[in-house]
Design a protein around this ligand. Structure first.
Ligand SMILES: [Zn+2]
Length: 589
């Protein structure tokens, strides 16, 4: 009897939990010139490199108008006269200055959609220049943050103003002018000054540098990060915040942990955010030191579910475990910890420390971070609990389109970058062993420390580290929607054959199987038939239904069920594929 385990579960888009803004906005198959301007390194972007942003923003809660400046320090890397600045409609650039020795010289500019072209004088190559952009307007208001983002104008439970921004995927140019491309992070960090009514507190990334004396009922808070930062991670939080501080004894010494929450949530936060301690402990063990000691670690209560804002992670999970009280794996393990504390903080290593140049390669952010949930579960509850969790999340995989998106047009691939990407990494962890996988994560975070990367760099690094060409695994799981099928057949009572089908050419992923109840062994199927001996003790049990695959790609267990049992315990268990491999198994003949 042929047993094919296919996962066919209808999932509506709205039920899928993503912390990635682009996915819910809608999919594009045709890209516009504006997409290219936004998503590629145009000649008008290529001749200068951002060193530092100093953004100053003053929002008016009543009119929903913001006024601001961004003083950009840029390095001239080659000759150029036309500078592309991104600022999205309906915001307007008022003036652009070149600032030299404190003196400001106006520069001419013109608009082309969301791109603005500034005419610059000839500037010496390798020099650092300051360009100041003055802007204002009513920014796009968030529709359903963080997925459909923009500026968030809301009120807390006591009716007091509460403001923030969510703009991942949509882009930081929705609220401030910048070079809105992931490949160019300000090398020396960023400063964010926020002017607010003196009854409110404003929190930003990194450390609080200064706050002015109240003047005409207003205070300006200035925050600063000294490390490179993604544009979409620079975020103001404005509200009736209070805060508490915890010293964390980490791998690089003392890490300042600061927790900013609305005044009435302080007690709940003190209890729930104890998980940040266990998260840091687990993640430093698996992935290496927290990448931004200089800027500290923060969780900041946000008027949306959450986002990985570097050193000021947005938190909106209502101080309870799970993902808005749900378990994404359906195994029970996901209810034992706070999804937003774990997932969004995991991005500090993958997403913030290591950032992809192009949105198409976002799997590097989301797959590794998704898998950090499994590592956290493993840390806290053991290896089998972690396995249960990652296997449980397979029910969310859609296989609708490839995980890697279209390059150069600000396009993300499939939301499968979460659960399918996590399951791919789980298999790589099996191949490397736990010490090997842990070493890999440490090496990745050290080698690409504070860098932007391509998927090729990450894939090659993993293959080199593994001393094994894993490129076909990446091609299969990241660039196709096909799940490889392990076909097998009985040749005789003593011999079975197996091969890969439904796969990319040359696919040869190793998997773990056990034959006839023997200990697990690694086999490396290819597209050609290979054979395996069936141990003699199993021969007499042989009949047409004696060959059973008991590991299916959809199999999951509850936390209480700790054994990997066959679907029907009465059947022989001659051929078992380890459940940790996300593949389909099919008996032929
Ligand atoms: Zn994420």
């Amino acid at each position: 009897m042929s047993r094919v385990f296919l996962l066919v579960i209808g999932i509506s888009l709205s039920s899928l939990p993503f912390c990635s803004a682009q996915l819910a906005v809608g999919e594009k198959s045709v890209f516009t010139h504006a997409d290219t301007l936004r998503g590629s390194i145009t000649p008008e972007r290529a001749w200068w490199d951002v060193l530092f942003y100093h953004i100053h923003v003053t929002p008016d809660f009543n009119t929903q108008i913001i006024r601001g400046t961004n003083q950009m320090t840029v390095k001239i890397v080659k000759p150029g006269r036309k500078m592309q600045i991104d600022l999205q409609d309906p915001l307007v650039i008022d003036t652009v200055y070149l600032v030299k020795s404190g003196k400001k010289k106006k520069l001419a500019f013109r608009k082309n959609g969301n791109a603005w072209y500034v005419s610059c004088p000839s500037l010496p190559v390798n020099s650092a220049q300051i360009v100041e952009i003055v802007y204002h307007g009513k920014p796009r208001a968030a529709v359903r943050p963080p997925w459909d983002g923009g500026w968030i104008w809301t009120k807390d439970k006591l009716g007091r103003p509460w403001m923030s921004v969510a703009c991942q995927g949509l882009g930081a140019s929705v609220w401030y002018p910048c070079k809105d491309h992931q490949s160019d992070e300000p090398d020396s960090g960023a400063m964010l000054s926020i002017t607010v009514p003196d009854t409110l507190m404003a929190v930003g990334n990194g450390r609080l540098l200064t706050s002015t004396e109240p003047q005409n009922g207003k205070i300006t808070y200035t925050w600063k990060v000294v490390n490179p930062i993604n544009n979409y991670d620079i975020i103001p939080y404005i509200g009736k915040y209070q805060h508490f501080h915890v010293d964390y004894a980490g791998e690089k010494g003392n890490l300042d942990c600061d927790y900013w929450v609305l005044d009435y949530d302080l007690d709940k936060a003190k209890e729930q955010f104890k998980q940040a301690d266990t998260m840091l402990h687990c993640f430093e063990y698996w992935m290496g030191p927290y990448p931004f000691y200089e800027d500290g670690y923060k969780l900041v209560e946000a008027p949306h579910l959450g986002m990985e804002h570097q050193s000021a992670v947005a938190y909106g999970n209502h101080f309870s475990n799970g993902y808005l009280g749900k378990d994404l794996s359906g195994t029970g393990w996901g209810l034992k910890w706070d999804f937003i504390v774990v997932h969004e903080s995991g991005h500090e290593w993958f997403g913030n420390n290591i950032t992809t140049n192009d949105l198409a390669d976002m799997w590097v952010h989301e797959s590794f971070t998704n898998y950090s949930e499994t590592l956290y579960t493993t840390c806290q509850y053991g290896v089998e609990a972690g396995n249960d969790y990652v296997i449980g999340t397979r029910k969310n995989i859609r296989n609708d389109k490839p995980i890697i998106g279209t390059y150069g047009v600000n396009n993300e691939g499939s939301g499968d970058m979460y659960y399918k990407g996590g399951n791919m990494l789980h298999m790589i962890r099996r191949m490397l062993g736990d010490a090997g996988y842990r070493g890999l994560l440490h090496e990745l975070n050290a080698t690409f420390y504070h860098k932007t990367v391509t998927t090729q760099q990450i894939e090659s690094f993993i293959s080199q580290y593994a001393k094994k060409d894993l490129s076909k695994i990446f091609d299969q799981y990241l660039r196709t929607t096909k799940i490889p099928v392990l076909e097998y057949k009985e040749n005789s009572s003593t011999l079975l054959s197996y091969r890969w089908t439904n796969c990319v050419k040359g696919f040869d992923m190793q998997i773990q199987v056990s034959v006839g109840g023997q200990p697990q062994q690694w086999i490396q199927p290819t597209e050609e038939w290979k054979t395996l001996n069936i141990p003699a003790s199993q021969h007499k049990a042989d009949d047409s239904t004696s060959l059973h695959v008991v590991s299916d790609s959809a199999g999951t267990r509850s936390p209480a069920d700790s054994t990997n049992t066959a679907p029907n315990p009465g059947m022989e268990r001659i051929f078992q594929v380890d459940r940790n491999f996300y593949i389909t198994v099919k008996k032929i003949g």
